[in-house]
Write a protein that binds this ligand. Structure first.
Ligand SMILES: [Zn+2]
Length: 384
C-alpha cells in the first residue's frame, strides 16, 4: 500500500502522525491508551477513526474491506465512537463505556473506544476512567481526543501515548480538495483559505452554495452595524443563520452516514431496509437527534471563528503587515472598516469575540452572548 492510500489518505499535512500510527499498528502490540490532540479542524477525530480502522484491518487500514467500511460508517461492532452533546460527560456515560471496554472484540483484533471531547470530563468522571485506562482488558484500546494535552488531567495524560496533530497548511488542504473532490485549483485554494484550513468546513463551503452564502452574510454583518438597534438585529440574524446552518449540516451528515451504512451492509441506495437491520439505522437517527443541540453551538462557534478572521484581517491592514488576508475577496470593505477602527479598537473587537466564544461553550443563551458581542463591535469614534 502506498503512503497516501487507505484510511490514512485524508490526514493531509500529518505525515509524522501517520508514520507513528502505522508503526503502532504494524507492531501488533500497540499501547492501550492514546491521547490525540490538535486544534479544531486538525482532524483529531478523523485520525482516531482511521487508527481504529487500521487496527482492525488485515492490511493495516486498506479502506476497502468490510471492517474498514464499517468503521467509516460508524457501524463497526468492535469500534465505539463516543461524543457528548452536553457541557461535560456524565459519570454514568463513563461507567457505561468502561463496561463496554470489558467486552471482547467479537472476532476482531481490537476493541477500540474513541472518546471525542475527552476534555469535557469532570474530575470525578476522569477518576472513574483512570483505572480502566491503567489496566485495560488485553484486547481493548482507548483513544481519547482533546484540543490540547493541557485540557485533560495530568493523571490521564501521563498514562496515554501522545499523538499531536497540527492545522494543515492551506496548500495541502487545497490539494486534497482538488484531487479528491474535483474542485478547480482556484476554488480549492479559496475554500481552504476562508475555512482557515479546516478540511470539513472547506469541503462544505465548496459543495454547498447556501452554506457559502451564509458564511458571506455572516462576515459582512459587522461591516454594516452602526447603531445599538442595528446590533440587536444583526445578532438575531447571526443566531438564525447559525441555526439554519446547523440544521442543514446535520441533515447532510445523517444522509452521508445512512448511505455509508447501506454500502457497508451491501444494500442498494433505494432498497428497503430488512427488519433485522433496522435497529442499526435507528441508532444513526437517535445519534443525530442527540447531536442537534451541540450542532448549533458548534455552528455559532464557527460563526465567531469567521468573524475573528475579519478582525484579524482588519488588524493586519492597520498594522500594514502585508500578510495575505483570509478574506482577500472582501479587501475593499475590510479597508473601509479598518478606516473606522484604531489598532486598539481592532484588538478590543478580537477580545470581545474570544469572550463570546467562551460564553457560548458555557451555555450562555446564544442571543444574549451574540448581542453583547455585536454591541462591542459597533465602531465608536472614527479615527484612523
Ligand atoms: Zn481494511
Amino acid at each position: 500500500m502506498s503512503a497516501g492510500a487507505g484510511v490514512f489518505a485524508e490526514l493531509v499535512g500529518q505525515s509524522a502522525v501517520v508514520e507513528q500510527l502505522r508503526t503502532a499498528v504494524a507492531s501488533g502490540a500497540p499501547t492501550h491508551a492514546w491521547l490525540f490532540t490538535g486544534p479544531p479542524g486538525s482532524g483529531r477525530s478523523n485520525a482516531a477513526r482511521a487508527f481504529a480502522a487500521a487496527l482492525n484491518c488485515d492490511q493495516g487500514g486498506c479502506g476497502a474491506c468490510q471492517s474498514c467500511r464499517m468503521v467509516a460508517a460508524g457501524a463497526h461492532p468492535a469500534v465505539q465512537l463516543v461524543s457528548t452533546e452536553n457541557v461535560s460527560y456524565r459519570i454514568d456515560d463513563v461507567r457505561e463505556l468502561i463496561t463496554t471496554a470489558q467486552d471482547r472484540p467479537q472476532g476482531f483484533r481490537w476493541r477500540v473506544i474513541v472518546m471525542e471531547d475527552a476534555d469535557r470530563m469532570t474530575e470525578r468522571a476522569t477518576n472513574v476512567l483512570l483505572k480502566s485506562i491503567e489496566e485495560p482488558p488485553p484486547q481493548t484500546i482507548w483513544v481519547l481526543c482533546a484540543p490540547s494535552p493541557a485540557d485533560v488531567l495530568v493523571t490521564i495524560r501521563s498514562r496515554c501515548r501522545a499523538v499531536s496533530l497540527r492545522i494543515p497548511p492551506t496548500e495541502e488542504v487545497a490539494r486534497l480538495l482538488a484531487e479528491r473532490d474535483g474542485l478547480s485549483a482556484q476554488e480549492a485554494e479559496f475554500s481552504a483559505r476562508i475555512s482557515q484550513n479546516h478540511i470539513g468546513v472547506a469541503r462544505r463551503l465548496a459543495s454547498d452554495p447556501q452554506a457559502r452564502q451564509r458564511r458571506e452574510q455572516t462576515v459582512s454583518l459587522p461591516l454594516k452595524v452602526r447603531s445599538a438597534s442595528g446590533a440587536v438585529l444583526a445578532a438575531a440574524e447571526l443566531v438564525t443563520m447559525a441555526q439554519a446552518d446547523a440544521e442543514s449540516e446535520s441533515s447532510a451528515r445523517l444522509e452521508q452516514e445512512q448511505a455509508a451504512l447501506r454500502r457497508s451492509l451491501g444494500l442498494e441506495p433505494e432498497e428497503k431496509v430488512p427488519a433485522k437491520l433496522r435497529t442499526q439505522f435507528k441508532r444513526l437517527e437517535d445519534e443525530a437527534t442527540r447531536r442537534a443541540k451541540r450542532a448549533v453551538t458548534d455552528s455559532l462557534d464557527r460563526t465567531l471563528i469567521d468573524l475573528t478572521a475579519v478582525y484579524r484581517d482588519v488588524l493586519s491592514i492597520k498594522l500594514g503587515t502585508g500578510a495575505p488576508l483570509i478574506n482577500q475577496h472582501l479587501a475593499s470593505q475590510l479597508a473601509e472598516l479598518a478606516e473606522t477602527l484604531s489598532p486598539e479598537q481592532s484588538l478590543a473587537c478580537l477580545d470581545a469575540l474570544s469572550t463570546a466564544r467562551i460564553r457560548i461553550t458555557q451555555n450562555v443563551p446564544p442571543a444574549l452572548a451574540i448581542e453583547a458581542l455585536m454591541m462591542q463591535l459597533i465602531p465608536r469614534t472614527r479615527r484612523g
